[in-house]
Design a protein around this ligand. Structure first.
Ligand code: GLA
Length: 348
């Protein structure tokens, strides 16, 4: 056994937010920003995890905390009892809602699978990464992030159907039509983010139970739901329709319609699902005022990132206007990326 490096990407979800755990469809792309994990058998019989200046060391695997828990969680989910040394490096922004944790999990999984010749399929590795996050780390996420990191390909969006576990690839090349997909990291993560996500999941489960459907995304009538639950369900059902319309628009290179659907998705997440925040709303409003075709929050919400579909020649003006708006309100300067659809997890 020598040393092996696994690599996995961050992601942005183009549309289809909070649908994975509702049995719906989502349309993410992987980013070209990636996390790398080098793994080797350890000399000291301990589990050692290092990243830049940070290190975590010890056994048993059950006790890891913080960022190291994503790595240890994957070892736990893969039932690995060999002492390993893992070295992490990443250019996926952390805490930006771009799935740096799934990138870390999936890079660990492919590296360990190859080093120890476990022979697990991509689907098995993705499932192990989901278990690492939900059962070991304890974040009740829905599988979108790990599925994307594992299955993505360059130049493609993934139409993921969480009711049937099926995947359709949709070519994603807005740059060929002179458009950019900007990612604006608000650099805020509101304190209630994890609690808020958990609450929304529970509300969706209650709504589905009241309606007597297995998956809320497939509800045909929302009659009888009390006020707040009706809003949650309205988002889920309307978002499902927007995902399919968006995928069609992208296949037709009808970017105007695609942009309109993105903005409608944001309004639904803001008003019905109530997971946006002033910083995300500001990015969307300012981008639309400065020539964007569409803009929306992406990921779980309560902070994190927004995406903006904009003609390339207007991209710089949008960035400046967003920066100015943040400065004027006394907020930290946001971070900027351009999203290019990159490849999924692999061994380098
Ligand atoms: C987070 C979760 C995903 C998904 C999104 C919302 O990113 O990790 O599973 O639920 O929020 O679409």
């Amino acid at each position: 056994m020598t040393n092996l490096t696994g690599s996995a990407p961050g992601r942005v979800n183009l549309i289809g937010e909070h649908l994975d755990y509702n049995g719906g469809r989502c349309l993410p792309i992987a980013l070209t920003q990636r996390t790398r994990v080098s793994v080797a058998p350890s000399d000291d019989g301990q589990l050692n995890i290092t990243s830049g200046g940070l290190s975590w060391s010890g056994l048993p695997v059950e006790r890891a905390e913080g960022w190291a828990s994503y790595v240890a969680g994957v070892l736990w989910a893969l039932d690995v009892d060999v002492a390993l040394t893992l070295e992490v490096s990443s250019d996926v922004p952390i805490g930006a809602g771009l799935s740096s944790s799934a990138a870390l999990e999936c890079a660990t999984a492919v590296a360990v699978d190859a080093l120890l010749e476990l022979g697990r399929s991509s689907a098995e590795l993705a499932a192990a990464c989901v278990r690492a996050e939900t059962s070991y780390v304890g974040a009740p996420t829905g599988g979108l992030d790990q599925t994307t990191a594992m299955f993505a390909r360059a130049g493609q969006a993934l139409l993921l159907d969480f009711a049937t576990a099926s995947l359709t690839r949709v070519p994603w090349h807005p740059e060929e039509d002179g458009l950019s997909l900007l990612v604006v990291d608000t650099r805020v993560a509101h304190d209630h983010a994890e609690g808020g996500y958990r609450d929304r999941r529970e509300e969706c489960e209650r709504a589905a139970a009241l309606l007597g459907v297995e998956h809320l995304a497939h509800a045909t009538s929302l009659d009888g739901l009390p006020g707040e639950l009706a809003g949650r369900a309205r988002h889920v059902v309307s978002e499902q329709a927007r995902v399919d319309a968006f995928a069609d628009a992208v296949r037709d290179r009808d970017w105007k319609s695609a942009g309109t659907l993105m903005t409608a998705s944001h309004a639904s997440l803001r008003d019905d699902f109530e997971v946006s925040c002033p910083e995300l709303d500001t990015v969307v409003d300012v981008a639309l005022e400065h020539g964007a075709l569409g803009a929306r929050m992406t990921g779980g919400g309560f902070g994190g990132a927004a995406i903006v579909l904009v003609p390339e020649e207007q991209a710089a003006a949008v960035r400046v206007a967003v920066d100015d708006a943040f400065t004027w309100r006394g907020w930290h300067a946001p971070g900027h990326l351009t999203a290019i659809a990159g490849p999924g997890a692999h061994v380098e």
